[in-house]
Design a protein around this ligand. Structure first.
Ligand SMILES: C[S@@+](CC[C@H](N)C(=O)[O-])C[C@H]1O[C@@H](n2cnc3c(N)ncnc32)[C@H](O)[C@@H]1O
Length: 260
């Protein structure tokens, strides 16, 4: 999408993100899953979230006592995170998550190339925001490089459905309608490049806001192959953060990789 870069999504969504996704029902399960993976906060080491956003997951993890840090390309999203109670003390590197480095501890000075961490995670399809195979590959290589020897990488994405797999060209839909506002969606699918380019068209008395999304999706086996090439082997896969067993009917997958 012309003019779309790593910060575009967050910059165009920051003002509505928390409101529109307030009803995400997997936040608690996700926090519990990550806490179990990490172990007791005092011994868990540093956790890094890619695309930390407004802190939906990082703030509760920080509240449980974990040393959680983040990377995000959008200053507008990070401003929202830092304005929340507990959010200001979560260290964030502003930058592209394809170039993962562990953010310096609070009070430190920028990301440190040599620092390692115990775990890296990326939720809510955010890995697909890396919209080329090269960027996805680079990100996984960097994850492997920053993980401690027994480190883990947890990620959650949708499983592409028939609509995208069958190469359907485009879709127009309705996200929400109220008396004073309508949010329409327009998506274009490119099955050969595995990309979806879309707009949420937010129309109200205040005017029209365009909220673009551009992603490159992967089928689970493709993610496994990219991860493996980067030195990360899959050790777990579930259909959700509540550890429901994964099967062919799953609409999303939560996968855990460890350094090979
Ligand atoms: C769907 S939101 C997820 C936010 C949060 N992790 C959550 O679960 O609510 C995606 C986030 O990833 C960030 N993002 C998108 N592409 C990025 C990139 N290439 N590098 C760093 N951050 C990126 C966006 O700015 C946004 O904050």
């Amino acid at each position: 999408m012309e003019g779309y870069d790593a910060s575009t999504y967050g910059d165009r969504w920051a003002d509505v993100y928390d409101d529109w996704y307030a009803d995400l029902d997997d936040t608690e399960a996700c926090v519990r899953f990550l806490a179990t993976l990490a172990g007791e906060p005092a011994a868990a080491g540093t956790l890094v979230e890619l695309g930390i956003g407004t802190g939906r997951l990082a703030i509760p993890l920080h509240g449980l006592g974990y040393d959680v840090r983040g990377i995000d390309a959008s200053a507008a999203m990070v401003d929202q995170l830092h304005a929340k109670p507990g959010g200001a003390s979560i260290p964030v590197t502003l930058g592209d998550m394809a170039e993962v480095a562990v953010p310096a501890a609070a009070g430190g000075n920028g990301a440190d190339e040599g620092t390692r961490c115990a775990g890296v995670f990326v939720a809510y399809n955010t890995f697909f925001n890396l919209s080329t195979e090269a960027a996805q590959r680079r990100c996984l290589e960097r994850v492997a490089a920053v993980l401690e020897p027994n480190g883990w990488f947890a990620c959650a994405q949708f499983v592409p459905d028939e609509r995208v797999a069958s190469g359907r060209a485009s879709d127009v839909g309705v996200r929400s309608i109220t008396t004073d506002r309508v949010v329409l969606t327009a998506d274009r699918y490119d099955a050969s490049n595995q990309t979806i380019t879309g707009q949420y068209i937010d129309i109200s008395a205040a005017g029209i806001a365009l909220r673009p999304v551009h992603i490159r999706y992967l089928f689970p086996h493709q993610l496994d192959a990219l991860a493996s090439a980067a030195g990360l082997e899959r050790t777990e896969r579930y259909a959700d953060w509540a550890r429901t067993p994964y099967d062919d009917g799953a609409v999303m997958h939560v996968s855990v990789y460890r350094r090979a």
